[in-house]
Design a protein around this ligand. Structure first.
Ligand code: NCD
Length: 327
């Protein structure tokens, strides 16, 4: 249990008047800068608690339904770990083929079923807008863990937290963030680019022509007066980059496999190319990687992608505690 009287946790009893109690987390568009400071403050404390005591009883008796209609390793297991480290428990539904979904049950019906048994629902689904549909059907909070090529807000939060923790809180203003790879289908970059508009950053997009950032996202960013520029090669922008955010080419989203073959190996980060980058910068990746970062680079201190996964645990602990009225 936290002993610090300033702690944002509310360990004893329910406090349904906390601002985040019962809220859905569907899109990064719902956050402002003060929200991020709050979430990251709680996440930072979660980190301290995990390091000191490992598991504690903040969400004892609470149940999470972890509903995944698409493959996942990190998002699914980090939500499970987050809930269990807070003393709660999890109903895992990863193989929807073994659930009533395979009998043709609609998403709203599946959600209404799960909320009879659980206090919070995490959903990953292949269709854009599915998390919003689920949230409409549910009384309990729904957390979007990726809706097709749409958004992945909890990933963007953990990505932002990673930048804060790695490069120093408050230092995000003035940074150059370069997004590399599949910017068309990669939902993590759609969310991260939107979230970064809360800061004074410059965003570079580096991708093959057919995998450019969608116009809709670029338009939203332009409205916020964030400078953005597109490139086909990395060489020009790497030396100025503070955060290089690498993504996988999303094979499963291509209609034509031949198109995937043309672009799959377009960019590879390795120690040689990283010689031209700053010493004080980080390379991030939501993972899984499939060849776009050479394992030869993994031991470089700038390789932040494994640490990034760990930050995800703390951010997801914070979000679960918040929407359940305990932070
Ligand atoms: C990402 C996803 O599922 O969007 N993975 C993740 O959640 N860490 C990225 C990807 O699949 O390439």
């Amino acid at each position: 249990m936290p002993t610090d009287p300033q702690s944002p946790y509310l360990p004893f009893g329910d406090n349904t008047r906390t601002p985040w109690y019962g809220k859905d987390i569907l899109s990064v568009k719902q956050f402002n800068r003060a929200d991020l400071e709050y979430i990251f403050g709680v996440a930072h404390e979660m980190r301290g608690m995990v390091e000191r005591v490992g598991t504690f009883d903040l969400l004892k008796g609470k149940i999470l339904a972890n509903l995944f209609y698409e493959p996942s390793t990190r998002t699914s297991s980090s939500f499970t770990a987050a809930m269990e480290r807070l003393g709660g428990s999890v109903i895992p539904i990863n193989e929807v083929k073994y659930s009533s979904v395979s009998k043709g049950e609609s998403l709203p019906d599946t959600i209404r079923t799960l909320e009879c048994y659980a206090d919070v629902i995490v959903l990953r689904h292949p269709e854009v807008g599915s998390a919003a549909i689920a949230a409409k059907a549910a009384q309990k909070p729904v957390l979007n863990a990726g809706d097709g090529v749409g958004e992945h807000p909890t990933q963007a939060l953990l990505d932002n937290f990673t930048i804060f923790e790695e490069l120093g809180a408050g230092q995000i203003d003035g940074m150059t963030v370069t997004m590399l790879g599949d910017l068309k289908y990669g939902r993590t970059v759609h969310s991260l680019a939107r979230l970064l508009t809360l800061f004074d950053v410059k965003i570079n997009y580096v991708s093959p022509d057919i995998l450019r950032m969608p116009q809709e996202v670029k338009d939203e960013i332009a409205v916020k007066n964030i400078p953005q520029a597109e490139y086909n090669t990395l060489e020009k922008v790497l030396p100025e980059t503070d955060v290089l955010y690498v993504t996988r080419v999303q094979k499963e989203r291509f209609e034509d496999p031949a198109e995937y073959e043309k672009v799959k190996g377009a960019f590879v980060i390795d120690p040689e190319i990283m010689k031209t980058a700053k010493n004080e910068m980080i390379v991030m990746h939501p993972l899984p990687r499939v060849g776009e970062i050479s394992p030869d680079f993994d031991d470089d201190p700038r390789a932040a992608y494994f640490r990034q996964m760990e930050y995800g645990l703390y951010v997801r602990m914070a979000l679960l505690a918040m929407v359940l009225g305990k932070a």
